[in-house]
Design a protein around this ligand. Sequence first.
Ligand code: ADE
Ligand code: ZN
Length: 332
Amino acid sequence: MSDRIDPALPKVELHLHLEGAAPPAFIRSLARARHVDIGRIFDDQGRYRFDGFADFLRVYAAACLPLQRPEDYRQLTRAVLEHRAADGVVYVEAFLSPDFCGGGDLTAWRDYVAAIAEAARAASAETGITLRGIVSAIRHLGPEAAKRAALCAAETAGDFVTGFGIAGDETAGSARDFAWGFDCAREAGLGLTAHAGEWAGPAAIRASLDVWRVSRIGHGVRAIQEPALVDDLAERGTVLELCPGSNIALGLFPSFAAHPAARLRDAGVRITLSTDDPPFFRTSLRAEYEALARAFGWTEADFHAINADAARAAFCDEATRTGILKRLEATA
Ligand code: ADE
Ligand code: ZN
């Protein structure tokens, strides 16, 4: 087929939840080994099973239950990075949550981060993939938990932890309720991103920009409902971390052809492409590229341009950025 995209095309992925990328077999065997009851979260083929966003959050939380020690996260990181490297990813940023890693306790959190960073170093030596961590508050756990997450982020900010963000149910609370965490993270020099405009409308995207002053938005697809906001995003150079397969699996859009990725890009908005929680949504970046190529006629040159812009928007130091861009150029 003429629209086939080389599966080995080097890719930059800016929006991935570490636990959300956990292979189901990994979680199943850890739950068994630990005698942790995670309820009925798999279908009869062993894949994650959920029905809609609220149920997805429930299944996600249940899948996290067996992950109880830094060593579990070391193994999880290793498994996830193996999959991401096999998908052609050369640089990935993953959301890490202090709520799942030590319950917001700073001392425990440091141990989890050390384990994850060590696994990342080992994976880098094996496959050349680079991982950076974006500490993520979980919005529906409330402002106090988000403050603790931001403090954890600020205390571990450095070579590995380079960003702060917020995920979960974006309809919980107001942007002001969570402003302290973003101010704290900004002062610590972290890059800022927020899930917005996935389940809530254009106002949530505006609040993320105005109150939290983020440079990137997770999803942001509902901007398409307001042409003036699309123009604003284009003008400001705000980067959208699009995850089309996630949006389709969760019922936001019926198909890739109906997804606003091409309309946003054509309007001049900076878009990037990620998988969000790949085994939950039964996707990979390769599959996303293939589907987008079929839906919009995008070619390898389009994906190369999107990846190069993702590298420019990455929350990493300049030497790392130059290295990623070189790897992308090597196959352009
Ligand atoms: N956490 C994991 N995936 C998410 C998504 N798509 N939206 C909000 N929070 C999430
Ligand atoms: Zn997400």
